[in-house]
Design a protein. Structure first.
Ligand SMILES: [Zn+2]
Length: 303
């Protein structure tokens, strides 16, 4: 199942063309490319300002078109590999949203590139997206198959968040947890990371049965904020349920929405419209209704 590409030949053709073009144009190198302007990058990477991790880097970043890859000690090959992968994935995301106007991105003040920081040696095992980039933990190099799959999935997941940050242009993402995480999992494709998406009524019923004791019976739409997760929640499975909610919304047999609607919603948030009212407007679906009817709607959808 290829969930990240809408099922249209025209779109597949576009994607292929853009992949080829961006392969030809792809470059990641040890000096800031002149096309990006002659100004030197700021002294402090954006993660030192927009995350709790004020980490130093080794002074040898690798520069791509949009992206700079920093690290506390990853080798040049790993930085290069992450840079090329992330450049490709970010252009794939722009294509999926049919978004070309990069001048419309709102970067944090003083920054104009996406910063990625490869955490090789700090103890925190994190993948953390913020306004301007993301941090990713990688413990081995060269990458074995398992770490390669982790990187392929995680980089795309975090870049979807970064895309959303750059459209919304704010220090936080203001969409509900189920929505923003579902979107990132959906576009990164859980199968890339070796997870099976929820796609049968039996799996849905098993999840509801496992969550009988929780007031919301594991209803993903009830997770508006981080604090809404029940204690000891199976977050991995919640994320798969978030993905199912987004897949439903964007499916012709489901909510009949599109990534256009998602992009419009991000712009609404840029314009300080509350997530809930933008959601109702863009998907023609009341949020409370969607939450109440979620299991009924999804049971029909998965049959
Ligand atoms: Zn995420």
């Amino acid at each position: 199942m290829n969930m990240c590409v809408p099922d249209s030949l025209r779109f597949r053709g576009l994607l292929l063309l853009a992949s080829l073009l961006s392969c030809l144009n792809l470059f990641c190198r040890g000096k800031l490319p002149s096309e990006a302007g002659s100004s030197n990058p700021p002294d402090k990477g954006s993660w030192t300002i927009y995350t709790p991790f004020d980490w130093a880097h080794d002074g040898n970043p690798v520069y791509g078109n949009f992206i700079t890859v920093y690290s506390d000690g990853a080798g040049a090959d790993l930085k290069q590999q992450v840079c090329e992968l992330a450049e490709q994935q970010f252009s794939d995301i722009m294509l999926e949203f049919q978004f070309e106007n990069t001048a419309d991105f709102i970067f944090p003040p003083g920054y104009n590139r996406i910063d990625i920081y490869i955490n090789r040696f700090h103890t925190e095992n994190i993948a953390w997206a913020y306004w301007g980039g993301f941090l990713i933990t990688i413990r081995v190099e060269p990458l074995d198959t398992r770490w390669q799959r982790y990187l392929n999935y995680t980089a795309k997941h975090e870049l979807v968040h970064v895309f959303e940050f750059l459209i919304e242009g704010k220090i936080d993402l203001f969409a509900d947890v189920w929505f923003k995480e579902g979107l990132a999992v959906y576009l990164a494709d859980p199968e890339t990371a070796g997870f099976n998406p929820v796609d049968t009524v039996a799996e849905l019923d098993a999840w509801i049965a496992r969550n009988q004791d929780h007031p919301d019976q594991g209803n993903p739409i009830a997770i508006h904020r981080q604090s809404d997760f029940p204690p000891n929640a199976d977050r991995t499975y919640y994320y798969l349920m978030f993905e199912l909610a987004i897949r439903y919304l964007l499916d012709e047999r489901g909510g009949m929405g599109s990534l256009d609607n998602v992009l419009d919603l991000m712009y609404d948030i840029r314009n300080n419209i509350a997530f809930e009212s933008s959601f109702e407007d863009r998907f023609e679906l009341n949020m409370e209704e969607f939450e109440t009817e979620f299991y009924t709607r999804l049971r029909t959808y998965l049959q």
